[in-house]
Write a protein that binds this ligand. Structure first.
Ligand code: GLA
Length: 507
């Protein structure tokens, strides 16, 4: 190395060596739909210690704890109140001159792994900003039932596959596919637009769709002309989870707008509402929209989306809810689906019934992250759980394999059984679980599940299911009568698979 290049070498290293994390760092994410999301980090380095705070969209400032800096590597923990429970998030990051790359922990899922912050100031942080004051609402009067959803809703929702890319065209094409591929005949009626349809409000405060939805009423007319129903999405907060306009302080106006557009279903997603309401007022916040929907004069299915916090199963129906989410967001993985479907529904059966259902989130069948066996388990479990069956895949490109799962009428009939009794887990032996639900005609649906990594013989005992003596068994995936079994029924079940049977007691 000659003298000059040596000098350059050290010069180019100099900023890295001297970079200090002290200052204000800003990460600005711009999504293809033009929406932005800003996260700020205010940091102060003191020797090897790092202090400061983080400000994420829709959340109060959260202090940096256990902050450490070692060379260009930093690490810290952010502790947040998550509906009364502490949620700790550990971050690590790499610092170069004016750029800080933060590695995001697992719960962000596969969509975002890193965030890049730019330094916008070298000023050390001041005091932690106080949380915004929150509105507390008095308890609201119960909302009378709208009479809808005698059986769990069936249809499609845009989020799992299209997320922010949903558009008028996607919705129309999906409706066309639902008619053509037999889903409409099988009962999939709702075509639901999730987040990312909203534009701005006009001078009178009326919500308008964004450019991707030129005419919402015309779209609803199109969906109705196909014999289908249309759903939409909003939030009780000022912003939705994808940072679009929410219904805060426009609840009645929005309910009227939705009714005028002839919307049939609304998913109402908590999102930024924690920024304006004390979350303990959640029941009253949902009741507000429940009343507004009823007053709109149009029967509109009311889907609560607040991730199951505050035991929404105990009050969801009282606020006029036809369904309420019971968990955080599903992802297209075996771990996510099985954890939600098996572990997080255990105590919920008593709360489901005609008109009001537990919602373990939308289907991921066909989105590519699970095997056909696992998707069959997904469909079987959701049907046993009397869950909404809202397909979440691209119905225009779905393979015959996937369509066979979504269109299995014998399985759908379990979900749609008019008795409306959600399955309970009746036995568990390690990874092998038996779930069963009684059906209106006196039969039972029984799922023999194998959550383990290798195939196994799974045995259901009729006494666990509530059957005395022998019973006739029909396999709902093989579409085969298997004859009568006395006291027990066994089946070889592949890893992550299910044998789903309909069982008719012999007497
Ligand atoms: C939340 C909901 C999802 C979806 C997104 C849209 O995460 O739980 O189902 O609606 O918001 O932003």
């Amino acid at each position: 190395m000659n003298k000059l290049s040596t000098a350059f070498f050290f010069l180019s290293l100099a900023p890295i060596l001297s970079a200090s994390p002290t200052g204000h760092w800003l990460a600005k994410q711009t999504f293809p739909d033009g929406q932005t999301r800003e996260t700020s980090l205010w940091l102060k380095a003191d020797g090897n210690t790092l202090t400061g705070y983080m400000m994420s969209p829709n959340q109060d400032a959260a202090p940096v704890s256990n902050g450490r800096i070692s060379g260009s590597e930093i690490s810290f923990t952010i502790v947040r109140d998550n509906f009364g429970e502490e949620r700790k998030t550990d971050y690590t990051g790499t610092l170069t001159d004016k750029t800080l790359t933060l590695h995001l922990p697992g719960f962000w899922g596969s969509r975002v792994r890193e965030m890049s912050f730019q330094q916008v100031s070298t000023e050390p942080p001041g005091a932690l900003p106080a949380p915004r004051p929150k509105i507390s609402l008095p308890p609201a009067a119960d909302v009378p039932s709208n009479g809808l959803a005698k059986t769990p809703p069936m249809g499609w929702n845009s989020w799992n596959k299209f997320a922010r890319r949903v558009s008028d065209q996607v919705v129309r094409q999906t409706a066309d596919a639902i008619v053509k591929n037999g889903m409409k005949d099988a009962g999939y009626i709702y075509v639901n637009i999730d987040d990312a349809w909203q534009g701005t409000r006009d001078a009178e405060g009326n919500i308008r769709p964004n450019d991707k939805f030129p005419d919402m009423k015309a779209l609803a007319d199109y969906i109705h002309s196909k014999g289908l129903k249309i759903g939409i999405y909003s939030s009780p907060g000022p912003k939705t989870c994808a940072n679009y306009e929410g219904s805060f302080q426009h609840e009645e106006q929005d309910a009227k707008t939705f009714a005028a557009w002839e919307i049939d279903y609304i998913k109402y997603d908590w999102c930024s509402a924690s920024q304006v309401y004390d979350y303990h007022s959640m029941q009253a916040v949902y009741a507000k929209m429940g009343h507004a929907l009823l007053d709109s004069g149009r029967p509109i299915f009311f889907s609560l989306c607040q991730y199951g916090v505050l035991k929404s199963e105990t009050w969801g129906a009282k606020v006029g809810g036809n369904s309420w989410r019971t968990t955080g967001d599903i992802r297209d993985t075996w771990e996510s689906m099985s954890h939600i479907g098996f572990d997080q529904q255990l105590e919920l059966a008593p709360y489901a019934g005609p008109g009001h259902w537990n919602d373990p989130d939308m289907l991921e069948i066909g989105n590519g992250g699970m095997t056909t066996t696992e998707y069959r388990t997904h469909m079987s479990l959701w049907s046993l759980l009397a869950a909404p069956l809202l397909a979440g895949n691209d119905l225009n490109t779905a393979s015959p394999n996937i369509m066979q799962i979504l269109l299995n009428k014998e399985v759908i009939a379990i979900d749609q059984d008019p008795l409306g009794k959600q399955a309970k887990r009746v036995s568990k032996d390690g990874n092998l679980e038996i779930w069963a639900r009684p059906l209106k005609d006196g039969a039972y649906a029984v799922g023999l599940f194998n959550r383990g990594a290798s195939s196994a013989k799974v045995t259901a005992r009729w006494s666990d299911v509530g059957i005395d003596g022998s019973a006739r068994v029909r396999d709902l995936w093989k579409h085969e009568d298997l004859g009568a079994s006395a006291e027990v029924f066994s089946s070889d079940v592949p890893s992550h698979g299910v044998t789903l049977v309909r069982v008719e007691p012999s007497r």
